[in-house]
Ligand binder design. Structure first.
Ligand SMILES: [Zn+2]
Length: 249
């Protein structure tokens, strides 16, 4: 079976090691959202930083065709003209397949709307960070309830909400009524029952395997799916079939 990791952070430096580890665990395809670049933070990235990060992803996709798919990373607080220009460069003329947003603007902000309109126009998925935190919340960081708000504003866009185990039971219930929201399995420490609960409430067709490598380890991330009390077909959907369809690979 083809295992696809929808949530990876690969840089040119870490690529070789990550692909070796992916081979060992039979992960045949990875979706790079945004890779680390020395001296550049994903939070409050400038337009020049965004261009550098997206260039890195486009290079990785070019170097590893059929092995790495890439998403275009954006900061919604940037000027609208820059956002549209970067979408055109990376997604229309370039080789990237979706958009990744992090914590610069909250998902309820209208600053996201021009980006989501482009997703609808170009039929691109969006992967958005989300987390329920009691401490350490980043300013503007989105919760699953914020993602549901975004999904209701743009029902025609397929949104992958990151971090199932950070969303928890409350987060699953937030997105349950929004059929255009999927969830990736990364985030936080796993706890027993969460995967089964997500399958029961959302259906396996809305859940995608994501590791969040290199912040997390592949084996632990795969263990939460292999060890879940769900059937074989559900595991196949989560581990690869859903991502295959969503990414068109
Ligand atoms: Zn991540």
């Amino acid at each position: 079976m083809k295992i696809i990791d929808i949530h990876a952070h690969i840089s040119l430096e870490s690529c070789r090691q990550i692909l070796l580890e992916a081979d060992r665990l039979e992960i045949s395809h990875l979706c790079n959202l945004v890779g680390h670049l020395k001296g550049i933070s994903m939070i409050n990235a400038t337009p020049a930083h965004i261009v550098a990060m997206n260039n890195q992803t486009m290079t990785l996709v070019r170097k590893h065709p059929g092995r790495i798919t890439g998403f275009c990373f954006l900061n919604p607080l940037h000027d609208r003209r820059f956002l549209l220009k970067e979408i055109d460069r990376c997604l229309v003329k370039g080789n990237l397949k979706g958009i990744k947003l992090e914590v610069d603007a909250n998902a309820r902000s209208s600053r996201l709307d021009p980006i989501l309109k482009e997703c609808a126009r170009l039929n691109l998925p969006l992967l958005h960070h989300a987390w329920y935190k009691t401490v350490g919340k980043v300013f503007n960081e989105s919760t699953p309830a914020d993602i549901a708000h975004l999904a209701r504003r743009h029902p025609g866009v397929k949104i992958i909400m990151a971090h199932l185990t950070a969303a928890g039971i409350r987060g699953i219930l937030d997105i349950q009524p929004c059929p255009n929201v999927f969830v990736d399995t990364s985030g936080s420490q796993s706890f027993s029952g969460i995967m089964e609960y997500a399958v029961e409430k959302l259906g396996a067709g809305r859940i995608l395997f994501g590791s969040d490598i290199s912040g997390r380890d592949f084996s632990v991330q795969l263990g939460r799916i292999h060890g879940a009390k769900i059937n074989r077909r559900e595991k196949e959907l989560i581990l690869g079939l859903n991502a295959k369809k969503l990414l068109g690979i």
